[in-house]
Every structure is written in C-alpha cells, then in structure tokens.
Ligand binder design. Structure first.
Ligand code: SF4
Ligand code: SF4
Ligand code: SF4
Length: 251
C-alpha cells in the first residue's frame, strides 16, 4: 500500500512546532516508514501540490493567508493543525487586543500604509476551514504529534485528552499552584502535556486551549476557596485567548 503523502505548511508563527519535528532526529526515520513527505519548506527542497495529509502550523493574520489556507484545505484529504498558533490563534491573538490601524501605526510608524504590511485580526485555522485533527501546545507535543501521524497513516482516529490539566497534575502528585497563592489555568485547560509547568513551579497558562466543556461550577468553587474571581482567570487567559480591546501600549 502506498504511503500517504504529507505536506507541511506554515503561516504566522515562530516555526517552533516544525522545529520540534526536526528535533525528533532519529524518531523522524520511524515516521518515514509510514508517510512520505512531499512538501516541507523548512526541511526538504521538493515541492508538490499533490498530498493526502496537510500539517499546518501558524495562525491566519493576513487576507492572502486565508485564500492560501482554503487552497490547502481543498487539496488535502486530512488537515491537521499543529500547535497553539494554529489551534487557538496562540500568542498571535494578542494583536486582537488592539485596533488594527492603531496596531500598524504602533509597530510600523510612517510605513504602516505600505501594502505588504496589510494585516487582519488573528484567527485560528478552524475559524476559517474544517480542521480534522488538532495537535495542541506551544510548542506542540511531539508525543501527540507522532501518535497523530501514526494513527492517520493507519486509518485510525487519534484520541486527544478532553479533561483538564489538573488530572495529570494529581497523577504527578504536584502541589497545586493555588496553594502558593497563584492563579493557574489548569482547571479549564486541555490535558495531554503531563502538566510540566506546575511540576516545574509555574502556573499553567493554557497553551493547549480549553477542554471542550470546562467545568465552570468547579472552577468557581476553586476561585471561591482561594479568594479569587473569574476575572483573575480571564486575565490569565489573555496570553492565548482574549478579545478585550485595550489601548496600544506604546502610546
Ligand atoms: S505554537 Fe508556539 S512554538 Fe508553535 S509555532 Fe506557535 S508560537 Fe511557535
Ligand atoms: S497546579 Fe494548576 S493544573 Fe495543577 S492541580 Fe492546581 S490548578 Fe490544577
Ligand atoms: S501545563 Fe499548561 S501551559 Fe504548561 S504545557 Fe501544559 S497546557 Fe501548556
């Protein structure tokens, strides 16, 4: 049976998720047993518009990005979003806090009107096209990535955890960050990372996005228990998901 052809594309991002793939080193060779890369700007010189699986990193921040993404979607049988930029808009959504014209003036000054600096509010991939599978995290989890590629290559459906990071925190017997008077997003964030941030002494900042159906009542109970409010959680969510408008910080 022919191996599925895989193409990797990037939009607005730091390309750190692709770098995660390259950093897998020998483990990439195992994946090459089950898929055939035909397009990957960061790693190979081949180009092809014929592929079965599109792995797409980055968020959509310009009008022309939207058309390119739709073209990728048309060509691919399966489209996978790689990393927080692609799955939630990631840190790129910080720009949505500021009016677009104001933002361009703030960043580019007198050059803001130049056409190649055109920009639009940041969107995740699924805000524009159908996304079949999401690999979460900033950077994405390589363990999850390998599992997804293997599942898709063998025609099985990858399963993504749909419970909060707190579960993995408890399994590691990590002391909760709320006990240190901190606000942690693990109570509403999708697990799958093994909760490295709380284990390392840092609250979860929600890089894997929200679980599908966050337990709001439980979150409110925790806020009440530790003398916190829902606004504390919302402020913590600004890094990866906020649409609240605010003035340009440089003014
Ligand atoms: S999710 Fe994080 S690591 Fe991946 S491309 Fe976006 S900013 Fe970079
Ligand atoms: S540290 Fe965060 S993720 Fe861990 S149990 Fe506490 S709230 Fe949940
Ligand atoms: S603990 Fe939270 S911030 Fe850290 S990797 Fe997991 S989801 Fe991301």
């Amino acid at each position: 049976m022919a191996k599925p052809r895989v193409a990797i594309f990037d939009f607005a991002c730091c390309e750190g998720c692709q770098l995660q793939i390259i950093n897998m080193e020998e483990a990439i060779l195992d994946l090459l047993n089950v898929v055939q890369p035909v397009e990957w700007r960061e790693a190979i010189s081949d180009h092809s518009d014929e592929y079965d699986i599109a792995l797409v990193e980055g968020s959509i921040t310009r009008p022309e990005d939207e058309e390119r993404l739709k073209d990728i979607r048309r060509r691919a049988k399966i489209l996978v979003a790689l990393g927080a930029c692609a799955t939630t808009g990631g840190v790129n959504k910080l720009k949505n806090h500021i009016n677009s014209d104001e933002l361009k003036r703030c960043v580019y000054g007198a050059a803001a009107a130049m056409p190649h600096l055109d920009t639009s509010p940041t969107r995740s991939l699924r805000e524009i096209v159908k996304v079949d599978v999401e690999v979460h995290g900033c950077p994405m989890s390589t363990r999850e990535f390998v599992n997804v590629v293997r599942c898709l290559a063998t025609g099985t459906t990858p399963v993504t955890p749909n419970y909060p990071v707190c579960v993995e925190c408890k399994m590691r017997e990590t002391i909760c960050r709320y006990e240190y008077n901190e606000v942690c997003l693990g109570i509403i964030t999708r697990a799958g990372c093994d909760a490295p941030c709380p284990a390392g002494g840092q609250w979860c900042f929600g890089c894997r996005g929200l679980v599908d159906d966050p337990n709001v009542n439980a979150a409110n109970d925790i806020m009440a228990k530790y003398g916190r409010t829902a606004d504390d959680l919302r402020r913590r969510m600004e890094l990866f998901n906020s649409t609240e408008a605010r003035p340009c910080p440089r003014q």
